[in-house]
Design a protein around this ligand. Structure first.
Ligand code: ATP
Ligand code: MG
Length: 290
């Protein structure tokens, strides 16, 4: 399911004294099966874009097409349920929405709401709990007896149990410790790779954007100011700095080596290994007098 966003505009509280233009002129295409990171300063409109992806917010101008469904400003929307089944959204602190007495009931809630039988929903719950790295024993527990990280996983399992085609993540690791963060990020990456899940991640971590995303959208004050691969976006460090954003450590490391060694390292793939390999090759050639 490709996603095409055309001239998207969103105003909050239209026709009120509090009207606020939160998005304008947003244009992008997200290809099916890709991993997209959305970065940008606080208040730049990242969460507002995400909420258009499953019809929680409606454009005030422009349109958004998700697969064969187009949501545009002047059209009445009917039956958003099918769209919401296809696009799973993990909001910040999703565990705040847990409410059932057992983990199993909580995970089954979404699938049952979408018309799946209780038995089938339980099957999906067993599968989903494993996907998030918890054992089936957790299904009988109360979500409120779990640690914060476990609650987060249960809430994510509830989204995965609906078997979405697109997974939208709004700062999904906020508030977790470093180990919990990397475990959850690796879990999403595995899901993306194994199930070809189109993944859209809002993050304040430039490292995560560089590590996982095929495409990065950089938002500033309500619109996309830069977009491209991680290599393209992070080679533009001055522009990013103007927007109050940093570049990942690996890019800084590359730059430092270039200055110290007086060489140029191509920015293809943003990994320390590649940089070291390149430097190794340069020195081997120099040693061989080439
Ligand atoms: N419900 C709302 N009513 C009015 N204005 C809002 C509402 N939600 C967000 N805004 C405004 O819209 C703009 C974009 O907000 P949004 O939450 O999309 O930013 P963000 O990039 O997700 O920020 P953060 O990194 O802090 O999460 C901000 O100026 C914000 O104040
Ligand atoms: Mg936000």
């Amino acid at each position: 399911m490709d996603i095409t966003i055309e001239n998207l505009e969103h105003r909050y509280q239209v026709h009120s004294p509090f009207e606020r233009l939160a998005l304008y002129d947003v244009n992008t295409v997200i290809q099916s099966g890709s991993y997209v990171a959305v970065i940008g300063h606080t208040g730049s409109g990242k969460s507002t874009i995400l909420q258009h992806l499953n019809g929680l917010l409606k454009p005030t101008a422009g349109s958004i097409t998700i697969g064969d469904r187009t949501i545009s400003a002047n059209k009445k929307e009917k039956n958003l349920k099918t769209l919401r089944k296809k696009v799973g959204v993990v909001f910040q602190f999703p565990e705040h929405q847990l409410f059932e007495e057992t983990v199993e009931k909580d995970i089954c809630f979404g699938p049952i709401n979408f018309g799946v039988s209780t038995e089938e929903a339980k099957k999906k719950a067993r599968h989903a709990i494993q996907m998030v790295g918890l054992s089936e024993d957790f299904l009988e527990k109360s979500p409120f007896d779990l640690s914060g990280g476990q609650m987060r996983r249960v809430a994510i399992a509830g989204i995965l149990a609906m078997e979405p085609e697109v997974l939208v993540l709004d700062e999904p690791t906020a508030g977790l410790d470093p180990r919990g963060r990397s475990e959850i990020m690796e879990m999403f990456y595995k899901l993306h790779q194994e199930q070809k899940l189109t993944t859209i991640l809002v993050t304040h971590s430039m490292e995560d954007a560089a590590r996982y995303a095929d495409q990065i959208l950089v938002m500033e004050k309500g619109t996309i100011k830069l977009q491209g691969s991680a290599e393209e976006v992070f080679s533009n460090s001055e522009r990013l700095n103007q927007m109050g954003l940093d570049v990942p450590e690996v890019v800084k490391f590359k730059r430092l080596l270039e200055q110290r060694l007086g060489i140029e390292i191509p920015l293809s793939g943003l990994s320390i290994d590649e940089i070291i390999n390149h430097v190794g090759q340069v020195f081997n050639r120099r040693g061989a007098g080439v």
